[in-house]
Design a protein around this ligand. Structure first.
Ligand SMILES: Cc1cc2nc3c(=O)[nH]c(=O)nc-3n(C[C@H](O)[C@H](O)[C@H](O)COP(=O)(O)OP(=O)(O)OC[C@H]3O[C@@H](n4cnc5c(N)ncnc54)[C@H](O)[C@@H]3O)c2cc1C
Length: 418
């Protein structure tokens, strides 16, 4: 029993209203919704609790800077394959996806650059940029068609209470749910992680990310662009419109908190000029900019992903710098592995909350995620280093990688999630 969970006496007060499930997923972002889909059509009785009103209708979309969700994800081929298995990729693709064939990365403090191309690894594309709201809507529509999954929303988790082999989930509206397994998919500031006393290793990146959709003078050429500035990376991610115009990009500009504050305060014209300057006008002038949003970036990794009857997935388990666009890609890998383990337990008639089931999930995911986080941290520090020898080394390194084909192909395939 977790010492900082409430005592079971409190659960008895709610027991007559208790709804029983096999798995309760808290959070219907991309990770939680994907897990509900992956457990669909099994004999497991699943509840998914979400504090926001989930949308089952496709969002309005138009071909200008205001018609895109400013929150997009660069999905790898591995994520595409998983979403295909979940029967949602087709719906996403029919709505709006932006494939990219190339990636161009360069250092503001030097002359080196590195180019990746899908052709080099005989793939049709490196990945897709997809709006988060489209991914979530497609997943929610699929969940809505599953007879073994119940959506409980809008409703927030209040607390979790130990009750022998089960956990009771008390919702803020007074309802009580119970299951042998609670999956925390409640995001970076997970209440479950906090209440259940999961330890984390975390620190501020000392970066805020500004996201927006922008229109550029020059075509993005189906290329994901990233310039490493001394204060942090600036990415332009290509968006495809229904008319196949190639002049809209989603930007992620990670920079020092004070600079982010100044950039957020600028009016659109001044911001457009600052952005073009920071990007060396590689895509010409910035002709228009959507509303901007700013997020503080924090590295966070749970020391353990599991405790008796509880598993963490997605951002509840780890948040990493968006510089390589891997956050939800590794979150979807957590979901895929956890679903495999839960379905295997179901086949073997083992409780889904059994420690051996959860331990296998943790063993299969933690090392890979840790490796990804260490790599991202290394990149961030390497490119933030102003010392001349380090700048020389990283520029030489980039040039060397760019012309060493086998190594470059290996990096591309890893970035694609293979
Ligand atoms: C600027 C930026 C750019 C990024 N770009 C990329 C990218 O290109 N590629 C990529 O792979 N990743 C990217 N990421 C990371 C990615 O966005 C996250 O990893 C992903 O959205 C996390 O999904 P999630 O489902 O784990 O959590 P969330 O999306 O945070 O979902 C959590 C859900 O839980 C719900 N919830 C919270 N508390 C409760 C409660 N008490 N009760 C009920 N419900 C609750 C919330 O309402 C929410 O719907 C980026 C992140 C940032 C900040």
């Amino acid at each position: 029993m977790q010492e900082n969970l409430a005592s079971s006496n409190s659960s008895n007060r709610h027991s007559k209203f208790t709804l029983a499930f096999d798995v309760i997923i808290v959070g219907a972002g991309i990770a939680g919704s994907a897990l509900a889909c992956a457990l669909g059509d099994s004999s497991l009785k699943v509840a998914i609790v979400e504090s926001q009103q989930p949308s089952l209708d496709w969002p309005e979309q138009s071909d200008n800077v205001t018609g895109f969700d400013p929150r997009v994800s660069a999905l790898t081929a591995a994520s595409e394959n998983f979403l295909t298995e979940l029967n949602v990729w087709q719906a996403i693709a029919e709505r709006r996806i932006s494939p990219y064939q190339f990636m161009h990365v360069w250092d503001a403090d030097g002359t080196a650059s590195i180019d990746f191309s899908a052709r080099e690894v005989n793939e049709p594309r490196l990945g897709h940029i997809v709006e988060n709201r489209i991914i979530v809507t497609a997943l929610m529509q699929r969940i809505n068609s599953l007879s073994n999954v119940q959506i409980i929303a809008p409703s927030s988790l209040d607390k979790i209470i130990d009750d022998g082999d089960k956990k009771n989930v008390l919702l803020e509206d007074g309802r009580c749910l119970s299951a042998p397994l609670i999956v925390a998919a409640d995001g970076a500031r997970s209440i479950i992680r906090e209440q259940a006393g999961f330890k984390t290793r975390e620190w501020d990146y000392d970066h805020h990310a500004i996201v927006a959709t922008v229109e550029t003078e020059v075509s993005h050429q189906q290329t994901a662009w990233q310039r490493f500035l001394p204060a942090g990376p600036l990415a332009f991610l290509p968006l495809r419109t229904s008319g196949d115009s190639e002049n809209l990009c989603s930007i992620v500009w990670s920079t020092l908190p004070e600079e982010a504050k100044e950039l957020m305060a600028q009016d659109d014209d001044v911001f457009a000029a600052s952005l073009a300057r920071a990007f060396e006008s590689r895509l010409g002038e910035i002709k228009s900019v959507s509303r901007r949003f700013s997020f503080p970036l924090r590295q966070r990794h749970a020391v353990d992903y599991i405790k008796p009857g509880i598993a963490l997935v997605g951002d509840a388990a780890h948040t990493i710098h968006p510089l390589a666009g891997q956050g939800i890609n590794i979150g979807l890998q957590d979901v895929q592995v956890l679903a495999e383990e839960l379905l295997r337990a179901e086949q073997r008639q083992l409780s889904v909350g059994h420690s051996s089931v959860l331990s296998r999930y943790q063993r299969r995911r933690k090392g890979d995620n840790l490796m990804m986080m260490v790599t991202m941290e290394g990149f961030k520090r390497l490119f933030a280093e102003p010392l001349l020898p380090v700048r020389w080394l990283r520029n030489s390194g980039m040039r060397w990688v760019n012309k060493t084909k086998p190594l470059k192909n290996k990096i591309i395939r890893q970035a694609m999630g293979f």
